[in-house]
Design a protein around this ligand. Structure first.
Ligand code: SF4
Length: 219
């Protein structure tokens, strides 16, 4: 079982294991552009799509328009065409337009740097808001996506049904020093080792501690 008695050891092993993998697209964009608006846009585009697809769409959109003003000047048809491959492009285009409008009208053209205001933006849920806070502003937050939710439950570290519930449990028990980075660690770990279907337990550095809760098939 993984508890707060061994969490330091577990995270150390996970960090060591993910060193060789490429950073998630959002972190790379943030390093390159250093612009919270693009962390937010990239996050909106990444919903239910693969990292590679998000990366191409974000790059193409950035080529076409760099600021909320420029995004709003793009013909909607062109915007949809650029983001088409990320899926759910109608909803995503709507979210990008609404978010850009609100940022201009209510936040002086700047992405807000607090959870409450971020959550007031159309299409921004807790996952996206926490990711923008932690990645773009280096502020405290816990971003729980499917990987964090799945792995923390497999570990028996939490027992929850939804990512939002997991976030609330982690806020109660995860040492604060891991809040900002837990998403980064577990996304890479989940994409490469603790896969959704048939995780690679035989290659996993925390296998001997993990109760593998809910894992039916593993390799
Ligand atoms: S042992 Fe298997 S289920 Fe547990 S963390 Fe490792 S890969 Fe995931």
């Amino acid at each position: 079982m993984i508890t707060n008695k061994n969490i330091d050891q577990i995270i150390k092993k996970v960090k060591q294991c993910i060193k060789k993998y490429e950073q998630p697209v959002l972190e790379r964009f943030n390093k390159k552009l250093n612009d919270p608006y693009w962390v937010l846009i990239s996050c909106l585009l990444s919903l239910r799509t693969k990292d590679e697809t998000t990366e191409i769409a974000t790059k193409n959109l950035y080529k076409a328009a760099k600021t909320p003003q420029q995004i709003l000047k793009l013909p909607v048809k062109k915007l949809k065409k650029i983001i088409y491959k990320t899926g759910f492009y109608n909803n995503k285009a709507k979210a990008i337009i609404n978010v850009s409008k609100k940022i201009l009208e209510e936040f002086n053209g700047k992405v807000p740097d607090n959870l409450k205001d971020l959550l007031s933006l159309h299409g921004v849920g807790r996952k996206t808001a926490n990711l923008v806070l932690t990645v773009a502003f280096n502020k405290m937050g816990i971003c729980v996506d499917t990987h964090v939710h799945k792995i923390c439950n497999r570990w028996g570290y939490v027992k929850t049904k939804t990512p939002d519930e997991t976030e609330m449990e982690l806020r109660k028990k995860l040492p604060k020093k891991y809040w900002k980075k837990i998403n980064n660690y577990l996304v890479l770990f989940g994409q490469n080792i603790c896969l959704s279907i048939s995780p690679l337990c035989s290659k996993c550095p925390v296998e001997k501690y993990c109760p593998k809760i809910g894992v039916i098939k593993r390799r």
